[in-house]
Design a protein around this ligand. Structure first.
Ligand SMILES: Cc1c2[nH]c(c1CCC(=O)O)Cc1[nH]c(c(CCC(=O)O)c1C)Cc1[nH]c(c(CCC(=O)O)c1C)Cc1[nH]c(c(C)c1CCC(=O)O)C2
Length: 352
């Protein structure tokens, strides 16, 4: 490792917390920190579709930087989407504004599984290029790369779009487990490669989003999702810290941490001290309710303090929301939270 890289990793509160070391203050970043809550994002994105934007390195770098500049977050998350690698291998998928990913021909059969060929780094050359631009601009702020987990991606491919009950996906798992495992294992290989491309280009941590895994029972999660998420994360094992996150996954925390992730994301439904008792020795990330950002300052700051207090029970704590920033959020409130987290936790650190 070069001396520059060593200096970066030792001086970053985010990377220290990932490793379970004592940072100078509690690091903070927000899922969906770049997005529709920022006027400068709306301006930069005007006239460009989401997937076109993800394929334009200068625009990706600019949008990734926007929240870092505005809020002084302790990490940047790469601006992209979980469906970018799927589109890159030629699957006809679009991101429809206000809806989400929509697939022209939903996946149902073994023949469909074969539409998922391996990802070649050249398929996503724009990702490597954008991360190259970003590592120069970010200085010692680490960049988080990410991918969607096989279950969450498979749900979009099988349902054809967003789904509340994931009924077609669950029916396919049960009736045709061989087809399911074929789709999910191909997705795991694609996700693992997508993560590797980002790390090789300069991402210093990764997050695997299994946003919809909370729809599964623990038994089904273990049988149908866990092996594939484990395989996806194995792609970058031992190279960078790996964060794993899902929504409504309180019943799955232990099972999800068996993927090997060093950091577990916790949504807002479970207090961090409870999660810490269940996952001893893990760094936790979370978990202010995104809706708290829409409230008045007083309740917002009280809840921020409570998340910090509960987070002290964990080996390491990375402050975040329990899910993504809501589009109606006022950027000034997010800035208020960042400043509060930094102030309160540096005061705490100086008392130790
Ligand atoms: C399920 C999922 C998707 N994408 C993602 C997930 C997992 C995280 C989660 O649970 O929220 C991940 C994602 N998508 C985006 C990021 C960028 C980084 C960040 O700031 O967090 C990340 C990490 C940008 C985006 N991805 C998308 C937007 C909004 C598109 C726009 O601004 O036009 C952004 C900023 C589009 C998208 N893409 C997806 C959805 C559901 C949507 C929203 C559709 C809508 O409401 O318009 C699929």
């Amino acid at each position: 490792m070069s001396s520059a890289a060593t200096a970066t990793s030792t001086s970053s509160p985010f990377l220290a917390a990932c490793r379970g070391e004592e940072p100078e203050h509690t690091p903070v970043w927000f899922m969906r920190q770049a997005g529709r809550s920022l006027p400068e994002y709306k301006e930069a994105r005007a006239g460009t579709t989401m997937l076109e934007a993800c394929r334009t390195p200068e625009l990706v770098a600019e949008i990734t930087m926007q929240p870092v500049r505005r809020y002084s977050t302790d990490a940047a998350i790469f601006f992209s989407d979980i469906v970018v690698p799927i589109a890159a291998i030629g699957v006809d998928i679009e991101i429809v504004p206000g809806v989400g990913p929509v697939v022209a021909e939903p996946f149902r059969s073994d023949a469909d599984a074969k539409r998922l060929r391996n990802l070649d780094p050249c398929d996503v050359g724009y990702v490597t290029e954008a991360i190259g631009l970003l590592t120069k601009e970010l200085g010692n702020i680490p960049l988080i790369g990410f991918a969607g987990a096989p279950f969450t991606l498979a749900s979009y491919l099988i349902e054809g779009g967003p789904s509340r009950d994931h009924a077609k996906t669950k029916a396919l798992m049960r009736s045709h487990p061989d087809v399911w495992h074929s789709i999910a294992s191909r997705l795991a290989a694609i996700c693992g490669e997508f993560l590797r491309v980002q790390v090789e280009a300069g991402a210093q941590a990764v997050q695997l989003f299994d946003s919809w895994a909370g729809a599964l029972s623990e038994a089904d999660y273990r049988r149908f999702a866990l092996p594939h998420s484990t395989a996806a994360l194995a792609g970058v094992a031992k190279s960078v810290p790996r964060i794993h996150f899902g929504v409504g996954t309180g019943h799955l925390l232990e099972a999800m941490s068996e993927t090997g992730a060093e950091v577990m994301g916790v949504d807002f439904r479970i207090p961090l001290d409870e999660a810490a008792a269940r996952l001893p020795g893990k760094t936790l990330q979370g978990n202010l309710d995104p809706a708290a950002i829409l409230s008045d300052d007083e309740p917002l700051l009280a809840e921020t303090d409570e998340v910090l207090r509960a987070g002290r029970a964990a080996k390491g704590h990375i402050f975040n929301l329990g899910h993504g920033v809501l589009p109606d959020s006022d950027p000034a409130k997010l800035k208020l939270v960042v400043d509060r987290v930094h102030e309160q936790s540096s005061r705490e650190a100086s008392r130790r």
